[in-house]
Design a protein. Structure first.
Length: 183
């Protein structure tokens, strides 16, 4: 009898996971464009921890070059593109000095664009995995070749590059905020 429950439990966990992904993306969007206070220790920790993930990402892309020749190149291009988006995001962010603290509000449209990018990446990755698992072949002129050539690494690079540039830019703005104003 317990062996019959195991497949039902697996199906239930899969269903919960499938429902949870869109809800978490929606929640990420809602929280992503809200005004928040910049806490110094948290800003510093976020910037340094993101910087520590960079070598791991590049090493994984280098390893991914075994299966996809352009993985490292596309990851680097994604990082550069993401860094430029992060600088754009900083420029579009509204900073306020209120009650002795620095507050910032990220741009709603840029947060939406990045959330949609994550959602498309998840859907495309799932489709690609399903297609591969079912033994599907890729045609020479298919748009999917872009994804097989390291395009999924590029998406990861865009997200990491954005986060790095935004975190280090926020750190810079926070350190500027701490400097005394000289008249």
């Amino acid at each position: 009898m317990p062996l019959l429950i195991l497949p039902l439990l697996l199906v239930f966990l899969l269903a919960v996971g499938l429902v949870r992904v869109p809800l978490s993306l929606w929640q990420r969007y809602r929280q992503g464009h809200k005004r928040r206070r910049a806490f110094g220790w948290l800003v510093q920790l976020n910037a340094w921890m993101l910087l520590l993930t960079l070598p791991g990402f590049l090493a994984a892309a280098w390893l991914g070059s075994i299966w996809s020749a352009d993985a490292l190149r596309d990851a680097a291009i994604g990082l550069l593109t993401g860094a430029l988006l992060g600088l754009l995001g900083l420029w579009l962010t509204r900073f306020e000095r209120l009650q002795g603290a620095l507050h910032y509000t990220p741009n709603r449209w840029l947060v939406l664009a990045l959330t949609v990018l994550v959602a498309l990446r998840i859907v495309l990755g799932a489709w690609w995995a399903w297609h591969r698992a079912s033994g599907g072949q890729v045609e020479a002129s298919s748009w999917q070749q872009l994804m097989e050539a390291g395009g999924l690494w590029a998406v990861g690079g865009v997200l990491l590059g954005y986060a790095l540039a935004y975190a280090w830019g926020l750190r810079h703005r926070y350190l500027q905020y701490l400097r005394p104003i000289v008249l």
